[in-house]
Structure formats: C-alpha cells, structure tokens
Design a protein around this ligand. Structure first.
Ligand code: ADP
Ligand code: GN1
Ligand code: MG
Length: 365
C-alpha cells in the first residue's frame, strides 16, 4: 500500500473509535475507503480517500476548489430547502483545520459518507440513466453562476483532444512497455481520426462554444442514487471541476451510459450503443438546461459524445502503451480492453450521428 492508513484517518475530525476501513467503490483514480467508527452508542460512516497526487499535482489547490464548490452548492441546496448533507459532498477537515492531510508523501481527505446510496456501473434502465441526466443537468445549472476565475485548473488541458492525440503519438513513438506491435489495429483506428481532434477544441478556443464551469468527469458512477427509491441524490467526484464545455459533460455521460456492456467488457459483441438510452439521457439533461444552452452548444452536444468516446479510447490506449501508469487496472490488458470498447462504441456512434443530432434537436425545443 505504501502508506499508513490508520495514521492518516486519525488526523481527521471524526467521531467514535475506528472499527474498520475497507476499500470502496469503483473509481479509477483515487484510493477510496469506507471508514466505520463506533462511540459505544452509535456507528458512524466516513468516506476516506488517498488522493492520487501523481495525477493531481497541487492537492491543496485542488481541495480549495472542492471546498469552494461544495460551500457554494450547500448554499444553493439550502435555498431550495434541500438537504445539503445528502445532496452534495461535505468535506471533513483534518485536526489542523486543513481540508486534507499530507503525510510527507501522500495526501488524504475525508468526506461525510452519503448513507443508503448506490452507484451503477452500467445503465440499469432508461429511467436510471435519465435520473443521472437530470442530476448532472441540475448540477450544471446550479454552478452556472459560480465564478470560474476562482478555480484552479486541476489537470491542465484535461479535455484538449488535440493534446491527447499528441500524447498518444508520443506514447506510440516511445513504446516504453514494448506493446506497440500488439495493438497496431487500435493505433490505426485512433490515428485515422486525427481530423476529428480539433472539432470542439477549436470552437471553444474561438468562443463559438462558450466556456462554462463544468464537472468534466460525468460518468454514471459519479452520481449517487438512493438505495431504496433509486432516485439520483448527488453528483460526486468533484476533482475535475474546471472551465470546460457542456458538450464534454454531456458526451462523457453518453460514452459511459449508452453502452449496453461494461466499460471494460472483453466480449466486444456485447458492446452496443443504445439509442433508447441516448434519448433518455438527452431528455433528462435538456429538461434542466435547454433554456441555458446556446445554439452552438445544442448543435455540438451529439458530437461531444463522439469526441469523449474517442478521447477516452485514446487515453486508455496511451496508458496501455505506457505500461498502465494512470488508470487503476486489475488485470492484464485492462486498459486495452477499455480502449477497444471505446473504439467499438465510437464506430457505432459515427453511423448514428445524424440520428443523435435529431434527438438532441427534438428535446431542445
Ligand atoms: P475516483 O476519483 O477514484 O473515481 P470517487 O470520488 O468517484 O473516486 O469515489 C469512488 C466511489 O466511491 C464512487 O464511485 C462512489 O461509489 C463512492 N463514493 C465517493 N464519495 C462518496 C460519498 N461521499 N458517499 C458515498 N459514496 C461515495
Ligand atoms: C476516470 O475518477 P473516475 O474513475 O471517475 C478519469 C476520467 C475517465 C474515466 C474513465 C481524473 O474517472 O477522465 O473518463 O476514468 N478521471 C480522471 O472511466 O482522469
Ligand atoms: Mg469517480
């Protein structure tokens, strides 16, 4: 593990005595734990994470972003008589008052655990997926007047597909893990689409697509659902809140949730882009945002889905070529399996782009 977990969680303001701290959830980036404590009368649950500081280069500033955004969200949720403790993340400070603890090498943070909640790794139904769309749409609208200048760019050029393409080319050239020859088909698929890379990036740079404060990691398992009612409760994983585009946020949700199989499915025949799920998400998302979005955003939402699928495929392939240094993997070729799934989905989306655009148009009225 490389760090003293107990020493780390004892640095935070929690109640009771710890009785267990086990790995939790399916995130690819941070090490997430459920900490359970007991004070003799009652049990308490906390979400405890080691933050991946190989990826997030300035954790104090990242945590400042999260404190600012969650404080802002709490106020908005309270204003509409919602429950801030359940509908957004609550940062629990360390004993020294900081929103994180640094052990000299690793950074840790603690959140309130949102109890009786579940996440989905695949869209269980149109209803579930539509619920997540409403949650992300509402979240986008809630933070629409948050001042972007306050935010630190936690991962520079995170959704710059042109840069991502360059990174892939670099990984191919260096071939540090000696895997290049094994993935020539995937490399060919990715390189053949170079002309796609600038389609959204250029419109953002020119101002044709407006820059907004966005979540940037809008996959289905970054929404918590109530375990009983199955209603969406909260948008979580706020590490990548930065200036960005709704086309990316919409697109990343589609990439993950319109797949009839898991993100790392090895049977590619099970990987199908589901238009019914696409329609469900579009309906939910636009029910919250259609009055806010510009014409160019509406026009580019469907393209955003192709772009995020392509970009994510490139990132998985790049990581495979670099020897699996970024995304958490739990088996050999895990990143390659993930890349193949993205590329399979992208091929199907390319054929359905005009149909997807028509669905977006229908729900934008
Ligand atoms: P990563 O950046 O690695 O994806 P996340 O912050 O998304 O990490 O957390 C991983 C998982 O932990 C989530 O998908 C969710 O299942 C669970 N989780 C995170 N925060 C909370 C919370 N406050 N309450 C309940 N579950 C949570
Ligand atoms: C990572 O952290 P997590 O698992 O929610 C990644 C996303 C990818 C996603 C692919 C900070 O998301 O960008 O789209 O994996 N997050 C970061 O599943 O790189
Ligand atoms: Mg996550």
């Amino acid at each position: 593990m490389g760090y003293d977990l107990k020493k780390a969680y004892m640095q935070f303001e929690h109640k009771g005595e710890p009785i267990s701290c086990e790995r939790y959830g399916e995130g690819h980036i941070n090490d997430t734990y459920l900490l359970i404590t007991d004070d003799g009368r009652k049990r308490y649950k906390y979400m405890f994470q080691r933050i991946n500081n190989a990826i997030f280069q300035n954790v104090p500033r990242l945590m400042q972003n999260i404190v600012l955004v969650t404080d802002f969200a709490r106020r908005k949720i309270a204003e509409r008589n919602g429950n801030p403790d359940r509908e957004t993340m609550t940062v629990i400070p360390a004993i020294d008052g900081k929103p994180y603890y640094f052990d000299g090498e690793n950074y840790f943070r603690m959140y309130k655990f949102i109890d009786n909640s579940i996440t989905y790794q695949i869209s269980e139904s149109r209803e579930t997926f539509c619920q997540s769309a409403v949650a992300f749409g509402r979240f986008a609208s809630m933070i629409s007047d948050f001042d972007a200048n306050q935010l630190y760019e936690s991962i520079p050029r995170f959704h710059d597909t042109v840069k991502r393409f360059g990174d892939l080319k670099d990984a191919i050239e260096k071939d540090v893990a000696g895997r290049k020859s094994e993935v020539s088909e995937e490399i060919e698929f990715a390189l053949a689409r170079e002309k796609m890379t600038g389609l959204i990036v250029d419109k953002l740079a020119s101002g044709e697509i407006p820059s907004r404060v966005t979540h940037n990691d809008t996959k289905l398992n970054n929404v918590l659902f109530d375990a009983e009612t199955k209603k969406a409760i909260a948008v979580i994983d706020l590490d990548t809140i930065m200036a960005g585009s709704v086309c990316y946020d919409f697109g990343d949700s589609i990439r993950f949730g319109c797949n009839t199989a898991a993100e790392d499915e090895t049977d590619l025949s099970a990987v199908k882009f589901d238009m019914g799920l696409f329609e469900a998400y579009t309906e939910g998302y636009l029910s919250e945002l259609k009055d806010v979005l510009t014409e160019s955003e509406i026009e580019n939402l469907a393209l955003g889905a192709l772009m995020m699928t392509y970009e994510c495929g490139i990132r998985f392939l790049e990581d495979y070529l670099r020897g699996d240094v970024y995304f958490r993997t739990s088996r050999k070729k895990h990143n390659l399996d993930r890349a193949r799934v993205q590329f399979r989905l992208l091929s199907q989306m390319e054929e359905k782009l005009s149909e997807m655009k028509a669905v977006v148009l229908k729900y934008s009225k």
